[in-house]
Write a protein that binds this ligand. Structure first.
Ligand code: SF4
Length: 387
């Protein structure tokens, strides 16, 4: 049996980016291209090449605790391609015995056989981009799958033996009020997911949704309805036994996403693929990026060069701010003792004015700083005091 991952990362992580999608969703501003099978085959070769490149530079010093195939649409990869990548990882970085291996999947791109193939390859956690279980909403979002198909793929995932299955939900959709959201939540809970990621729809600049909004053709809920919708998600999911462990993420006990926890805790993460970001904690930390440009990615690898560039090398102040920016997103918060150990100051000493301005929204309890739910609702506002 493939082991189900437990909570704590005990080794570095690896993120693999797959910047291909079957079509472009009208609200999405991520880097992704509509690719064909030949492009995907070529891309997998590049991923394998980058893994070999990293291995030759001896960056892998401990088996990986988590691997995450993100995108784009990683489920456009055939199981044999995922298996080839995971085999290369086993022979280069190595995988810890209980490694969490996640793959993001779009319901319209998988069937029972491909899900079985992913499981056989070693994937032990699936995250389905369900978004809604209302057909009119799915159509409007351009998701390319129906509610029935989404229900079907989650059922298949269980049938082929996945014990850790997550679903994404989007709220604040056009024509959606509390009643419609409750219907969506109810339908999603009937699928008995282990994990839910719940994001409010935002209209990004340069997307077709922005054009529609400018034309007055997108009936989005008012901004002041957002808190009610956010709190509705919180109430329903916590009542169903989910832990609200990050601003937008909920998990059943022992089902938090270990890969994302490692990211929020600033733990080491390697990155492979065009558009992937890595983090090296040495010193105050360095964040690197493989630029989101397929031609450049190919060229650099063909020339035997590092495809990644440094985005930011943190100084002490920047590292303190980022530790709070990431840590306060999580229910576990930030340990004052760990913060002191790392930076030589407690949080209230390092940011007295910011802590004061947060008032009751930010508390120190049992040695950990945490925002309450209202603090999370206005996270961007409160966290800006620290940045
Ligand atoms: S599937 Fe995801 S990454 Fe691809 S276009 Fe849609 S929202 Fe963007």
């Amino acid at each position: 049996m493939i082991p189900v991952a437990n909570q704590e990362p005990q080794g570095p992580s690896l993120y693999l980016h797959v910047p291909f999608c079957r079509s472009k969703c009208p609200y999405c501003d991520f880097y992704s291209v509509v690719g064909n099978q030949a492009q995907l085959d070529g891309y997998v070769k590049l991923l394998l090449q980058q893994l070999a490149w990293l291995n030759r530079r001896q960056v892998f010093t401990a088996p990986l605790a988590t691997v995450f195939f993100g995108g784009g649409t990683p489920s456009l990869l055939a199981p044999r391609q995922v298996a080839a990548i995971l085999d290369r990882i086993r022979y280069t970085a190595g995988l810890s015995a209980n490694a969490e291996i996640s793959l993001e999947a779009n319901p319209g791109t998988v069937d029972a056989a491909s899900l079985q193939g992913y499981r056989d390859a070693g994937v032990n956690r699936l995250s389905f981009g369900v978004q809604s279980l209302q057909d009119d909403a799915l159509q409007l979002l351009g998701r390319g799958h129906s509610a029935k198909e989404a229900v079907q793929v989650v059922t298949w995932a269980r049938q082929v033996g996945f014990e850790n299955v997550g679903c994404d939900l989007m709220f604040g959709l056009p024509n959606q009020g509390r009643k419609e959201l409750l219907q969506d939540l109810d339908a999603l809970l009937q699928l008995q997911p282990d994990h839910m990621s719940c994001y409010g729809l935002t209209v990004e600049a340069g997307t077709p949704f922005e054009q529609r909004r400018l034309r007055g053709a997108l009936a989005l809920p008012d901004e002041d309805e957002f808190p009610e919708l956010y709190l509705t998600v919180h109430e329903q999911l916590t009542a169903a036994g989910f832990e609200h462990y990050e601003i937008s993420n909920y998990a059943l006990p022992d089902r938090r996403c270990r890969h994302n926890l490692a990211y929020w805790r600033r733990q080491p993460c390697f990155a492979v693929g065009a558009g992937a970001h890595s983090f090296i904690p040495a010193g105050y930390g360095t964040r690197r990026e493989v630029p989101a440009d397929l031609d450049r990615y190919r060229q650099r690898l063909m020339q035997g060069r590092d495809p990644a560039v440094t985005l930011e090398t943190f100084d002490r102040q920047g590292a303190m701010a980022e530790t709070l920016y990431l840590g306060l997103r999580c229910q576990e918060g930030v340990s004052d003792k760990d913060f002191f150990r790392q930076f030589g100051l407690g949080v209230a000493e390092a940011f007295p004015e910011a802590v004061r301005r947060c008032g009751q929204r930010l508390t120190l309890d049992a040695g950990r700083w945490r925002f309450d739910l209202q603090g999370w609702l206005l996270f961007d506002h409160f966290i800006s005091f620290f940045l």
